[in-house]
Write a protein that binds this ligand. Structure first.
Ligand code: FES
Ligand code: MG
Length: 571
């Protein structure tokens, strides 16, 4: 009988198993492999390099280092491509494409012979997409991220993508920086390859993946260009071979307890609101529902400890030098489930104990002296958000967290673009800017449009923040009093679609409410007067997307890709 290659014994075949293996071996031998090589564990490596993805430019080097690690441990590395998504080059949005990447990863992992897989991600959507796919394929998997960029500098001031992109652009819009200045800043915002250098979605998801147990300890924060990043890749390759032998599958890593640990880390990091959607999608693939009220409870218990932009001051390279995720886990220790299994084969608690000793540093603050005491994010309900909404209160003007004001409604992104800078716009700093038709189905793809710009005439007058509400998302790198992910979205019949300019909107963050102060009978009249939604006249992936996409509280996954949700997190 012909031995199958790798260790998997259940390769698909069409009746004559031996002939199937014989055929496959003929083709793989065309690449120069010997029979002996093919009997070793086969470790697939997901190649997400792309000429459109600056955040993944070190992927070829990381594949080389990971391959070295695989071979040092007696395995055979086999890189293979999947979709690659960069935030800035994905139309209509990267969120629209995340599930496409998850589908691609799932089927290519399942469809090709491999005993374990190394997931090489980095930019915002790629880490969740690969984890979603790997969970559904459920063969032994280990993640490696590309790592963050270094920070840049302009006239003695440190800066980095992309909190400072917005900050400097706002200063340019307000006339504080001239054309030459903003051009010079543009050269420094992303001064190296790698993922955005602040606590945006990529950094948050890297920390969440490590906290969940999907990466080698310490690997979330190592800069993309640091030699340690390649050493980590080598060690990841070594570990992947052992993982294959042990048969440690993702469903043993992703549990309600490990998802809870990851949610706590997101909060303590002052992480991106997008991470809540992604964690919901990842957990959903493991049959775990993320409960929004439970998340809000974690938020009340978990202060922001990490002093990175946009909530604080530093950049990811500072977190790396301060000890990385381990420094955060040490502080959170009393709140964590330390028995969760990780890809190292050891528990989270064992890994924390084995990490290098703590030292004095200023980036990860102690529980007793946090950056922000009340929790990074809060979950709101109310007649405007019956399915929930989220606000990143740690990155808001604290004076605006309790606010009542008149609505100024923008029908969609085009309307916003057409009118926001109109000198005759009837707006004051007390206005509540409302954007609708920007949710998962509405835009489609739930763009990061929730950070509505301050109308130019107010920006010029020095207004830095206003209450803004929408069914959109927001970049994890942004700052402002911004209510996001209003569910259900207006395009799915949500009450956001009923707001009219001049209505009174009440944001009560302390009471966790977002309400439209219009009586129910009037809202009913408005609802009855809405035109009936026409069925979408679309084809291809867009039709699949519009038919399948869930709301934010379902992680914007595709409904039929999600198994029955029999477990709940947080626990
Ligand atoms: Fe890739 Fe920010 S654009 S991480
Ligand atoms: Mg982002």
């Amino acid at each position: 009988m012909t031995k199958p290659f790798g260790m998997r014994r259940n390769l698909p075949h069409y009746g004559d198993r031996d002939f199937s293996v014989f055929l496959r071996k003929a083709f793989i031998k065309a690449m120069g492999y010997t029979e002996e090589a093919l009997e070793r564990p086969i470790i697939g490596i997901v190649d997400t390099h792309s000429g459109y993805n600056a955040c993944h430019q070190n992927v070829p080097e990381l594949i080389a280092a990971a391959s070295r690690g695989v071979m040092l441990s007696g395995g055979i590395p086999v890189p293979f491509p999947v979709v690659s998504i960069h935030e800035s080059f994905s139309h209509p949005t990267s969120m629209y494409l995340r599930n496409l990447m998850a589908m691609d990863a799932e089927e290519m992992i399942r469809g090709q012979p491999m005993d374990a897989v190394i997931l090489l991600g980095g930019c915002d959507k790629t880490v969740p997409a690969l984890l979603m796919g790997a969970l559904s394929a459920n063969i032994p998997a280990i993640m490696l991220v590309t790592g963050p960029m270094l920070a840049g500098s302009w006239r003695g001031e440190r800066l980095g993508a992309c909190t400072d992109c917005r900050r400097f652009w706002a200063r340019y819009r307000a006339g504080e920086i001239d054309e030459a200045g903003i051009q010079a800043v543009n050269y420094e915002l992303a001064p190296t390859i790698g993922t955005c250098s602040v606590m945006g979605t990529a950094s948050t998801m890297a920390l969440a993946a490590e906290a969940m147990g999907f990466m080698l300890p310490g690997s979330a924060s190592v800069p993309a260009v640091h030699a340690e990043r390649r050493r980590l890749a080598e060690r990841t390759g070594e570990r992947a071979v052992a993982l294959a032998a042990e048969g440690l599958t993702p469903d043993r890593i992703v549990t309600p307890a490990s998802v809870t640990n990851a949610l706590r880390v997101i909060l303590a990091a002052g992480g991106s609101t997008n991470a809540l959607i992604h964690l919901t999608a990842i957990a959903g693939r493991a049959g775990i529902r993320v409960d929004l009220e439970g998340f809000d409870r974690l938020g009340r218990e978990t202060p922001v400890l990490v002093d990175l932009k946009p909530t604080g001051q530093g950049y990811m390279e500072d977190l790396y030098k301060a000890g990385g995720l381990t420094a955060i886990l040490r502080e959170l220790r009393p709140m964590l489930d330390l028995d969760c299994m990780t890809v190292t084969g050891r528990t989270l608690g064992e890994e924390i104990d084995a990490a290098p000793a703590p030292f004095d540093q200023q980036v990860v603050r102690p529980l007793a002296d946090p950056v922000y005491r009340s929790g990074a994010m809060a979950v709101l309900r109310g007649n405007l958000a019956p399915g929930g909404a989220v606000i990143k209160q740690a990155a808001a003007d604290q004076a605006l967290l309790q606010h009542t004001g008149p609505a100024l409604v923008f029908e969609d992104l085009a309307d916003l673009a057409a009118r926001i800078d109109d000198p005759d716009l009837d707006v004051t700093p007390q206005s509540v800017l409302v954007l609708r038709n920007a949710g998962p189905k509405g835009a489609p793809g739930m763009p990061e449009a929730g950070y509505l710009p301050i109308p130019r005439k107010l920006a010029r007058a020095g207004v830095k923040d206003m209450v803004r509400i929408s069914d959109a998302r927001m970049s994890g790198t942004a700052f402002g009093t911004i209510v996001l992910h209003i569910t259900p979205e207006s395009a799915a019949g949500g009450p956001l679609g009923l707001v009219r300019t001049g209505d009174t909107v009440c944001l009560d963050t302390a009471g966790r409410r977002l309400d439209l102060l219009v009586d129910e009978a009037e809202l009913e009249r408005r609802r009855a007067a809405l035109p009936a939604a026409a069925p979408p006249d679309e084809r291809g992936y867009r039709r699949l997307y519009l038919n399948e996409v869930l709301q934010a509280d379902g992680g914007c996954d595709f409904g039929s890709f999600v198994p029955a949700q029999t477990k709940v997190a947080p626990v």
